[in-house]
Design a protein around this ligand. Structure first.
Ligand code: NAP
Length: 275
């Protein structure tokens, strides 16, 4: 444990896509340090089990069914959060959709869908939370990126959307700094979540958050040669959770417009497997 177990005590954190994968890892890590959580996505089936896990840990977790593509649903998500907890300290824009396809075969609808979830969804939630954070004169927005260093073969839609989110991160950090709203980004390396394994269309073995897909998934994510991750292992959702905890905490109170690469050094180590 890097932080004291009260590092996020009382802080109210919204995590989009918080029921699965990396979002769930962030939720677990933050709940352990005293944060009060709100998790949102399209499917209660994805959200309820994670909320139950937080409650079993003695934490608080509100579940909100919301599609980040719809600005009115993002506004309701923020309103539900304020109704329950009275404030919003951190928004983690983690929700994303993706599927692997060669750029020349991508349909207009496929392009629009991914850009709508990743890029527009991040903006919709950020804009929805702004008035609350402005009123508080404090807030932290954490955007989860991908493909920002190595490109993303088979992911031109997501790579374009995520690079757009980096531009959004820098711009909002500049515009909203005067309200003490910090906006930062994390690029995870290869984390074998269900979403990634499905994206790679590889066999699954387990739905445990820190467990991973079949051997093929592991090999593909590790890249070839396997030494392409200098720290020698794939990441876990909790690796990303720890970085998000830092950016949400008071320890990062003078950090905005920053981009943390939480990837075991993968971007230094050779060709990408697509993440
Ligand atoms: P994941 O488990 O598939 O997570 C995606 C989440 O987004 C799901 O919980 C999904 O829930 C939610 N979501 C999708 N569309 C939505 C919508 N329209 N509105 C609201 N929620 C929506 O995959 P993951 O690997 O954990 O990915 C999490 C984040 O990490 C993503 O931003 C991804 O780009 C990033 N990332 C992952 C890796 C990796 O190796 N895993 C690497 C780099 C970056 P519902 O289906 O219930 O809506």
């Amino acid at each position: 444990m890097v932080f004291s177990d009260k590092a996020l005590e009382g802080k109210v954190v919204i995590v989009t896509g918080g029921g699965t994968g990396i979002g769930r890892g962030i939720v677990h890590g933050m709940a352990k340090l005293g944060a009060r959580l709100v998790i949102a996505s399209r499917s209660l089936e994805h959200l309820e089990p994670t909320a139950e896990e937080v409650r079993d840990m003695g934490g608080e977790c509100l579940v909100v069914e919301a599609d980040v593509r719809a600005p009115d649903q993002c506004a309701e998500l923020v309103q539900d959060t304020v109704n329950r907890y009275g404030r919003v300290d951190t928004l983690v824009n983690n929700a994303a959709g993706n599927f692997r396809v060669a750029a020349e075969d991508l349909t207009p609808n496929g392009w629009r869908t991914v850009v709508d979830i990743d890029l527009n969804g991040t903006f919709n939630c950020s804009q929805a939370v702004f008035p609350v954070m402005k009123e508080q004169q404090s807030g932290s927005i954490i955007n989860i990126l991908a493909f920002t260093d190595l490109g993303g073969p088979g992911n031109v839609h997501a790579a374009s959307a995520k690079s757009g989110i980096w531009g959004m991160t820098l711009t909002l950090a500049t515009e909203w700094g005067k309200y003490n709203i910090r906006v930062n980004a994390i690029t995870p390396g290869s984390i074998p979540t269900l979403g990634t394994v499905r994206n790679l269309r590889l066999g699954l073995r387990s739905e445990e958050p820190d467990d991973i897909g079949g051997e093929d998934a592991i090999k593909t994510l590790q890249g070839s040669p396997n030494t392409s991750i200098p720290l020698g292992r794939l990441g876990t959702p909790s690796d990303i959770g720890q970085a998000a905890i830092f950016l949400a905490s008071d320890a990062a109170s003078w950090i905005t417009g920053a981009h943390l690469h939480v990837d075991g050094g993968k971007r230094l180590g050779g060709p990408s497997s697509g993440n």
